[in-house]
Write a protein that binds this ligand. Structure first.
Ligand code: SF4
Ligand code: SF4
Length: 423
């Protein structure tokens, strides 16, 4: 694609990067069928190619309007278009740059600014989330049905899948260690997920050291608050680094969206001389829990064999797996979890729709209508082959799916932990 970026933009490193990405797009349109918003709305401006064109206009210095911002807001940042693109266009990065530029030039209406500000001020902070959730649960009967459905159940004594005793963190007993970044919302809403991850890793010979840190920075990043996101990344690097220096083999994250963000710390802080080297090392070590478990397939197979011998004759649970976009397109780990679930003896049901479920970070709150349509389509696809349970790999998708189905929805690592605990 030919470009003529505005001089002021082309001179900056960001402008230079955006120019290179724009030039790599050949306008072929192969990305269009992969785009969930294009499928729903049928408008080229709500497709990857259309949004690339809009961002090109902005970068070339043309006037920016609220409709341009709306078309970019409607993008899920799912990056399905990147996986479909034969030219390797880094759409997600271009979107980051384009959105930030538009944010500077278009003043959002006050309610929208307030909503985005509150999301940044509340969601990344555990104590604030805990207080708000407690309040919401107190007045639950008074809430509208749509909000009630989205309210997570209290993190209490466990579930049928993860009763209380399965939620315990195993005592450290292995010389090999990995560090687990706990993040923000998940430890408040679903602490059983990290406990399950620690149990599975314990069975394959790894001691897990939990590190509180805080929000990975993805939420602020996707709301174009890039400095806030970089500050959160620096704080996590400070918390993780002593463990890396002490020999931790990996930095593992059990929410795929957060794992993708930590994998990007190296790029995010590449211009920060105080953090660049440590950020790059953390990114090298960062993995989603699925990638880490898959890298230890041998010990895992042995643990499954031991468990099967101890409890023979149980019929396999039918599982529908929803692969989060961050796992498929950002981490490029499509199929990894499915193979692990099959190796663990679960029957995977057919899921015809691999699109985004509509959760997409804060998307389900900021674009509720589109998010609900995507949720409904996704749940239909997940339920079509009569599963007994739905599994996924990201806390945002998990909570979103729970609002749309009566089936139990769990993180896949909980299923594997429960399976291993049977032995
Ligand atoms: S982003 Fe890729 S697939 Fe889409 S129009 Fe450009 S080159 Fe083609
Ligand atoms: S990131 Fe997803 S929603 Fe956005 S343009 Fe690409 S495919 Fe469409």
């Amino acid at each position: 694609m030919q470009t003529a970026l505005a001089d002021s933009i082309r001179a900056s490193p960001q402008g230079h990067e955006a120019d290179a990405i724009l030039r790599s797009c050949v306008h072929c349109g192969f990305c269009l069928p992969a785009c969930p918003t294009y499928q729903l709305l049928g408008d080229e401006l709500d497709s990857p190619r259309g949004r690339i064109y809009l961002m090109k206009q902005v970068l070339e210095g043309e006037p920016v309007s609220a409709p341009t911002q709306l078309h970019l807001d409607r993008c899920l940042t799912c990056r399905a278009c990147e996986s479909a693109c034969p030219s390797g266009v880094r759409y997600g990065r271009l979107l980051d740059l384009g959105r930030a530029l538009i944010e500077e030039r278009v003043t959002r209406p006050l309610p929208s600014r307030l909503e985005r500000y509150l999301l940044r001020r509340i969601v990344p902070y555990r104590r604030r989330v805990r207080v708000l959730l407690g309040l919401a649960r107190t007045v639950r009967p008074l809430l509208p049905r749509s909000l009630r459905a989205r309210l997570p159940a209290a993190a209490g004594a466990g579930t049928a899948l993860q009763p209380g005793q399965l939620r315990r963190w195993p005592a450290p007993r292995h010389a090999r260690r990995v560090v687990l970044l706990e993040g923000c919302v998940q430890p408040v809403i679903a602490p059983e997920i990290d406990a399950a991850a620690a149990q599975v890793l314990d069975r394959i010979g790894l001691t897990v050291v939990p590190v509180g840190g805080g929000c990975c920075g993805a939420l602020a990043h996707h709301l174009s608050a890039h400095e806030e996101s970089r500050a959160q990344a620096r704080r996590n690097i400070d918390a993780l680094w002593p463990h890396v220096e002490a020999g931790a083999e990996a930095v593992v994250v059990s929410a795929s969206a957060c794992a993708a963000m930590v994998c990007d710390y190296g790029r995010l802080l590449s211009d920060d001389s105080a953090y660049a080297a440590r950020a790059a090392r953390i990114s090298e070590l960062a993995l989603d829990i699925g990638q880490l478990v898959a890298a230890h397939a041998g010990p895992l197979r042995a643990a499954f064999t031991e468990t099967s011998a101890a409890s023979p004759g149980q019929s396999p649970l039918r599982v529908a797996f929803h692969a989060p976009c961050t796992l498929q397109h950002a981490l490029r780990a499509a199929g990894v979890v499915e193979r692990l679930l099959q190796a663990a003896g679960f029957t995977l049901t057919q899921v015809a729709d691999a699109r985004c479920c509509g959760s997409a970070g804060t998307y389900s709150l900021l674009q509720p209508e589109l998010a609900t349509r995507l949720l409904s389509a996704k749940v239909s696809a997940l339920e079509a082959d009569a599963p007994q349970v739905i599994a996924t790999a990201n806390i945002g998708c998990l909570l979103h799916l729970r609002a749309g189905t009566a089936l139990p929805v769990h993180h896949w690592i909980e299923l594997v932990a429960a399976r291993l605990a049977r032995g």
